[in-house]
Design a protein around this ligand. Structure first.
Ligand code: F6R
Length: 365
């Protein structure tokens, strides 16, 4: 049932191009995003004052990427709130708030409770869910399914990718309606979305580099992921993946925060995964690499083909992904990070599909 793969996690990592196609392609018609399953009216969308994204774990990390993308596309304030915090923080939500709820299982208790609270306060709820007919899907005002198929491994991979894809579609759809995006950029993003599965396949076909770096670094006791903007959001997910299945202590920081405390932890040999895939801030990413190198860190960098040469001059090891529209770069960037966690966990002999203490669906508080 693992389709010839040793673990469900690897199978599901490899299924991502196809899952992305299923989630996205039927929702693009003649170069336009069409979300026929939505009941929300254009008038409601125009009157939205702010958007809250509510989720837990990796789904929350999708929300972090979404915040950067939606704010840029819609010029509206977007907050990402952990469901377990939202339900107890007396949230500022009313009928002009759209609450986007993200959940693979559709059964996460905190997320469900937060959604109910948002509804009680008058917000409209739109869920992005994988499991068809799940509680969150049924109770939300609107649901967009991710159509990723069953996800068995506890660590999410294809659900993350399809949630992200669907959230990007929502951003494009709303931006088009609100007139907050130039026609040219809209077309460029849609076109790139259609190219993404092929680019994902390209990344997933060449796993030797990731395997090699995993065999080189699997013995580190602690790892720091750093990045800015979308790379920061991506780092959060890379760090969670690594710690949950390999049990290596890892943390993700916005690179600009290094100087405010974390850099004191960098000593000779400390592994830093430096994310430099977000083109507009590549130079800043580079200067952070220089900074941690100066303290003796071992740097494994992730960047895009067009920045490979520059990165190779400074980082110890470099992983590369194809270039795409900057907003979509995390959809490619997450793949080597998932693979890295997988191969590190494999080297360490961990129970990859069923990491200790974790459950696939968290239905208790
Ligand atoms: C991490 C992971 C968890 C889930 C979280 C939310 O790999 O799978 O962090 O993302 O428990 O679950 P859902 O999306 O089902 O609400």
């Amino acid at each position: 049932e693992k389709g010839g793969y040793p673990h469900f996690m690897l199978k599901e990592i490899m299924e991502q191009p196809e899952a992305f196609r299923k989630a996205v392609f039927p929702r693009i018609k003649d170069g336009r995003v069409v979300l026929e399953d939505l009941h929300i009216t254009p008038e409601y969308i125009r009157n939205i004052q702010k958007i809250d994204i509510i989720a837990c774990g990796s789904s929350y990390h999708v929300g972090m990427v979404g915040k950067y993308n939606l704010e840029r596309l819609l010029r509206k304030s977007v907050e990402v709130v952990l469901a377990s915090e939202f339900r107890y923080c007396d949230p500022l939500v009313d009928e002009h708030t759209l609450v986007i709820v993200i959940s693979q299982s559709g059964e996460t208790l905190d997320t469900m409770a937060a959604m109910r609270e948002a509804k009680r306060l008058g917000a409209r709820t739109l869920s992005i869910v994988n499991v068809v007919g799940s509680s969150i899907a049924k109770e939300s005002d609107d649901v967009l399914y991710t159509w990723a198929g069953p996800e068995i491994a506890v660590a999410t991979t294809k659900a993350y990718s399809t949630q992200l894809a669907v959230l990007d579609l929502v951003g494009l759809y709303f931006a088009d309606l609100l007139g907050t995006i130039e026609a040219e950029e809209y077309c460029a993003i849609v076109e790139e979305m259609l190219c993404l599965p092929a680019k994902m396949e390209e990344v997933l076909k060449k796993t030797e580099d990731v395997q090699y770096f995993a065999s080189r670094y699997f013995n580190h006791a602690s790892v720091f992921f750093i990045g800015r903007n979308l790379d920061y959001a991506l780092g959060l997910e890379g760090s969670l993946k690594l710690k949950e299945i390999s049990y290596i202590h890892s943390e993700a920081y916005a690179s600009g925060e290094l100087k405010h405390g974390t850099i004191s932890l960098i000593e000779p040999g400390t592994l830093v995964v430096a994310l430099g895939t977000y083109a507009p801030l590549f130079d800043k990413a580079m200067s952070n690499v220089v900074e941690v190198k100066a303290r003796g860190a071992e740097v494994l960098a992730l960047t895009t083909d067009s920045f490979r040469e520059k990165m190779e001059k400074t980082a110890d090891s470099v992983l590369c992904i194809p270039d795409t529209h900057r907003m979509l770069q995390p959809s490619l960037g997450v793949l080597p990070l998932q693979l890295f966690s997988y191969y590190v966990a494999l080297q360490r002999g961990c129970d990859i599909d069923k990491p200790r203490n974790l459950a696939k669906s968290v239905t208790v508080e």
